[in-house]
Design a protein around this ligand. Structure first.
Ligand SMILES: *[C@@H]1O[C@H](CO)[C@@H](O)[C@H](O)[C@H]1NC(C)=O
Ligand SMILES: *[C@@H]1O[C@H](CO)[C@@H](O)[C@H](O)[C@H]1NC(C)=O
Ligand SMILES: *[C@@H]1O[C@H](CO)[C@@H](O)[C@H](O)[C@H]1NC(C)=O
Ligand SMILES: *[C@@H]1O[C@H](CO)[C@@H](O)[C@H](O)[C@H]1NC(C)=O
Length: 351
């Protein structure tokens, strides 16, 4: 998902910030969705052919429209530690699926096509010194925000306060690690986030020193199971306006969480390559960056584009996935490969 240039609400004082980019972004609106999701307003046709071959297809296999550039900012080259905030009500089984995915990113000895193989494409990105994105992604500390400290309806700005509460908590605060920490805020299926479902399934940005005390790269991803699984957990759920499309069986038997996995992967890949929104993205306007996962939204396999996922794998249990993790399978979208100049993933048929 594109990252958030926070929308300024009239009652909110503008934080004092260094950096022109951020100030400009504060005054502009939310960035649009570049890639393909079955957004309700994106229902141009009931023509299956159009649905299959529309959308992000133009990016796949073609670099003609894509001018991904490096804008000289930092990327995450040191070992990445993911600190998770579980906001709201989470089942143990749901946490296990998400931890299982995060643990798979740098796992060795997993059968190909693997999550670690997917991350290899992210590792191809470098900073100005030529240092690559870290191979290592580890689980850090976790914080439970069981009692909805900031309510059941969050905004792009209020989530910074959620993160602040987590890093300043009196008991077991999350460690402050601006250099190689990545803060993952996950909201349960009864929490609404500004623009959720209509425009975004997840986004990433960084915290403001004026609110949190530090500049910490973070991502938010919500469980869409109750609000809009047909949009944010596609293809494990299908919107009503797409009759004739059957949902696929999710690999870990939890439609909402299995749908979150690909969004989490999307955001982590973009955070690693564009943590302060001044490194790797396409487009002229840093408020509307098209990042390495935006370019491949909805593409999970060879031939993917529009509502067609591309060639996937079928488990013996009938579930659909495209890569193996530690003891689990996942369906994860591809990311832009800067060497090949197209979207690629570990399950590509042509590699
Ligand atoms: C499909 O589109 C045609 C022409 O636009 C329209 O007449 C028809 O009612 C539509 N069918 C459905 C199921 O939406
Ligand atoms: C659907 O769209 C495709 C491509 O735009 C077109 O070739 C085809 O004739 C359309 N089918 C119908 C039933 O309208
Ligand atoms: C680092 O990035 C360069 C440039 O994309 C690439 O050629 C090289 O293979 C990458 N190294 C690793 C370990 O991924
Ligand atoms: C980074 O992770 C690797 C394992 O992938 C480990 O060997 C190394 O010591 C770590 N480096 C630091 C600075 O923690």
């Amino acid at each position: 998902m594109p990252n958030s240039c926070p929308r300024r609400s009239p009652a909110t004082p503008v934080p004092v910030l260094a950096g022109l980019t951020v100030i400009i972004c504060l005054f502009s609106s939310v960035s649009p969705v570049i890639g393909w999701r079955p957004w309700p307003n994106q229902q141009p046709t009931n023509n299956t052919t159009d649905l299959l071959f529309g959308g992000s297809k133009k990016y796949e296999g073609s670099s003609e429209f894509v001018h991904l550039r490096y804008h000289m900012g930092p990327v995450l080259t040191a070992n990445i530690t993911v600190h998770t905030i579980w906001y709201g009500t989470w089942q143990k089984s749901q946490k296990r699926i998400i931890r299982g995915f995060l643990n798979s990113i740098s796992a060795v000895d997993v059968k190909a096509p693997s999550v670690a193989g997917w991350w290899k494409t992210v590792q191809l990105y470098t900073d100005q010194t030529g240092a690559n994105i870290s191979r290592t992604v580890v689980l850090g500390e976790e914080k439970n925000d069981r009692f909805y400290s900031h309510g059941k309806s969050l905004t792009r700005l209020s989530i910074q306060s959620v993160i602040k509460s987590a890093v300043t908590a009196r008991t077991k605060p999350l460690p402050v690690n601006p250099k190689s920490g990545l803060y993952l805020l996950l909201t349960s299926d009864d929490v609404y986030m500004q623009d959720f479902c209509g425009q975004v399934c997840g986004f990433h940005y960084f915290t403001f020193p004026s609110i949190v005390g530090y500049t910490l790269p973070y991502a938010w991803v919500g469980n869409s199971a109750k609000l809009c699984p047909g949009i944010c957990a596609y293809p494990f759920a299908v919107p009503v306006y797409m009759p004739g499309f059957k949902p696929m069986k999710s690999p870990n038997s939890d439609v909402g969480v299995d749908g979150m996995i690909s969004v989490i992967a999307h955001e982590i890949a973009e955070l690693a390559t564009n943590p302060l929104v001044n490194a790797w993205y396409a487009g002229q306007d840093p408020c509307f960056p098209t990042e390495i996962a935006d370019l491949c939204e909805g593409i999970y396999g060879t031939g993917g584009g529009g509502s067609y996922t591309g060639q996937l794998l079928d488990g013996h249990d009938g579930a659909t996935y495209n890569m193996n993790g530690v003891g689990r399978r996942f369906l994860v979208q591809w990311v832009w490969n800067p060497v090949l100049n197209y979207c690629s993933g570990p399950n590509a048929l042509d590699q």
